[in-house]
Each structure stands twice: as structure tokens, then as C-alpha cells.
Design a binder for this molecule. Sequence first.
Ligand code: FAD
Length: 438
Amino acid sequence: MPLHSLYWFTQDLRITDNQALFASQNSETLTCIYIVDPRKFKALRWQLASLGPHRWSFIQDSLSDLSAQLHMLGQRLHVYYGEPETIIPRLCHQYHLNHLICTRLPGSDEKRQLRTIQASLPQLKIEQFDNYTLFEAEHLPCSTETLPETFSGFRRQAEAADVKEPLRQADSLPLMPKLFALPAIQRPSWVPIHPSCNTSFKGGETEAQRHLAKYFSGTQAQHYKASRNELDGWQNSSKLSAWLNQGCLSPRQLKFSLNQYEQSHGENDSTRWLYLELLWREYFQWLHSKIGTRLFHFKGLAKNAPLTSFYPERFKKWCHGQTPYPLVNACMNELRTTGYLSNRGRQIVASCLVNELSLDWRYGAAWFEHQLIDYDVAINWGNWQYIAGVGVDPRGGRHFNLEKQTELYDPLGQYRKKWGGTNAGPLDSVDAADWPII
Ligand code: FAD
């Protein structure tokens, strides 16, 4: 039967190393869509919207770039606004589409959406491709069910496994169905328009490739291990996460650029460490597939729930850089202003929320979800669980000594000065009985 395919773009906003797009070459017709879901802008869980201005701006840039790339292959990208569970069945009915192609994502929301679509269209053939991970489900060194409980167990198997070479881009793509009437889709009023963001990251595959080439054209990768923990500095880590997580760049493309770099500059501890971090990314993806919604449970993977609670005033102060801890405040100010924070900065503020402020870690994770330009559900919630002591950390949580971290990573106060990190006074304005503290 001829396939009339609908390609639903999600976190795979690229045309190179895109197995789903490559496979769509065999279809009779092809329709490419991206769906902007209103639920992402609503404060539903944790009283915070999932999608904040930094990432939304990055996604819009990525969509413009993807649209231009598809145009060169004779295709078009149609952006729809609404819930995928409603839009996809409607389009399939309207244009007699019998095949849905998309990238496999570990997220529980994404899985539920696909189940709902399949239930409303049982005849629809749904094909998912592993475009978001280094390994494909069938070639994973272990099955999802037998995924090791710690990263080191996974790492041992993954380091010995081969990663497939990235695919070249499809030569040409099938055309849209003849009857496909281009809908004049107006941008609905619920789609926020933000003033331009103060960030160094510009979305899109073109930018991703440019940044990747630039990173490996210098010597930074040679010193990655020593510099990755610095709080500030564009060159200190690869800064590729935002492109990886919207799929403007594939992890395989990063791995192969790293291999080429090692061939010409030599392999060392730093280049190996960079791959190790990419394996952490990978581990969290398959872990989320395995544990599902336990990623969001207060007690996570632990036997007992943490001894923390929720204090609205403390949480507000943490979000807005108003705690008694100048280094934490500087980090939180950088995060709010740019949508990015170094790995060390993320660890410091997460540890502070859990240990100094005694707050429920999930509110911190939700604030990161809203703010981060490189947010990824599995990595973010997995790292938060780890620091809160309810994740895959065999040592059971992390408590960073704030004074020591300040001495080590901001001895001259430059970072605190740059991001306005000062001591904002006492944490609580009321005591446990709700009396004002004078
Ligand atoms: P590099 O240091 O250059 O690392 C290369 C790549 O390896 C990264 O792009 C990323 O894909 C991966 N990586 C690096 N560190 C980690 C890590 N600790 N766990 C998993 N993968 C890693 N990263 C995200 O991509 N999205 C998130 O939502 C996210 N939330 C985090 C929340 C907390 C509380 C913490 C402690 C870390 C979080 N990280 C997250 C991991 C890490 O901080 C970022 O990946 C990194 O800072 C991105 O900068 P980079 O691309 O320069 O990383």
C-alpha cells in the first residue's frame, strides 16, 4: 500500500543525520508539521509553565532554519497550534494520511500522546526512529529493562559499544499530497511574544553546525576536563546542549566530530571526558524510558522521601537571586537573564535549594524546566533527583559547601560582580508560627 506520510517534527529540528526524514523518501507523499502545544505555556504542574522565553525563542529560530532547509529539498514545514492528539488525527482524516513518522522520545507525556493518537486511529501506521540518542533501542548495549542501576554500570557497556555513523541528508523528499490545501494558520493570541532574549545561543541546524565546527577547530576540547567546572566563560565547555536537545544537532554528529578531532589532535583525558558527559546524557534518556513517571516522584527511586518541605517565600527568593548566599544569587541571576548556567552553577544552586533552604527538589527542577534554554526532561529531572539523593547516585545526594565553592570557583568575586550576587539578607521574614522576624 502506498504510504502517505505525516512527519511530526519534535526535538529533531534538522535535516542531516535524520533517520526519520531519510526513511520518508520511500513514501508516496509527505507532509511535514511542527505543533506548538498551548499546554507548554500554561502554569499547570508546579505552578510554572514548562516553556519559558529563552527556550521558546530558541525553538522559533530553529523552526525558521528548518523551514528554509526543507524548502531547499522541495518540502514545506507547516506549523500548527493546538494539541497534537487533536491535530494529527484531524489531518490524517482530512488528507487520507496513513503513516505517522516521528522521533522516539523518552518523555512520558510524549508517549501518552502517541498512545492517544493510535487509539483514535487504529489503522494509522506509526513509526518511531531513534534520532535523539546515540544508540538505537535495538542496538543499545543492554535492554531498557536491564539498564544498570548506576551510570558506571551503563558506562562500561556503552564505551565498548559502537555508535552508528551519522546519516547524510536525504537527496530529495516526496512532495506534499496534491489536495493538501495550505492552511492560512494565524498565530493564536495565547502564543507569547517576548522581547528579544539576552543570550548567546541562536537556534537552528545551521548555527549548530557552525558552533560544532568552531568548537573543534580550536584547542578547547584538549583542556575540557580542567575547564568544564568553571562558572563562567564561553570556551570552558562545548555549549552544545541547547542544539542537542532541540535536535538541531544529533549526539552521533557530536561523537563523530569528536572522533575526527581525536584522530588529528590525539585522544586525551579531556576528549574522553567529553564523551563521558555525552554518555551521561544517553543514560538519562534510557533511564527515563525505564522508570517513566517515577522521574517526577518526590521520593524518586529512593525508599524514603527526602526530609524537605515547601516554603513559598524561600523558593521565591531562590528563583530571584535574593538568598543570603551571594554565589547562589549570581548563578540564579545568570540563569534568569540568559537561560544558561554552567554545570557547576547548576549543582551549586540545586544543592542549596535542597540542603540550605530545605525545599522540595521538584520545584527547583520545575524552575529549571521553565528557564533553561537547553532543558531536557530526562537530564534535568535525573540530575535533580541525583542531587536530592533520590536518584541514581549510589552515594545518596550531594551537599556542596557554599563557602568552599566560592573560594574555589570565584575567589576574586568576578562572577558575583558580573551577575549581581550579593547577600540579600535573611531567608525568612516570618518564623515557624508565621510571626514576623524583626
Ligand atoms: P558540556 O560540558 O560541553 O557537555 C557536553 C554534553 O554532555 C552536554 O551538552 C550534555 O548533552 C551532556 N552533559 C554534560 N553534563 C551532563 C550531565 N551532568 N548530565 C547529563 N548530560 C550531561 N543538561 C541538559 O542538557 N539539559 C538540562 O535540562 C539539564 N539540567 C540540569 C540540571 C541540574 C540540576 C544539573 C546539575 C545539570 C543539568 N544538566 C542539564 C547537565 C549539564 O549541566 C548541562 O548539560 C551542561 O551544563 C550543558 O553545557 P555544555 O553543552 O557546555 O556541556
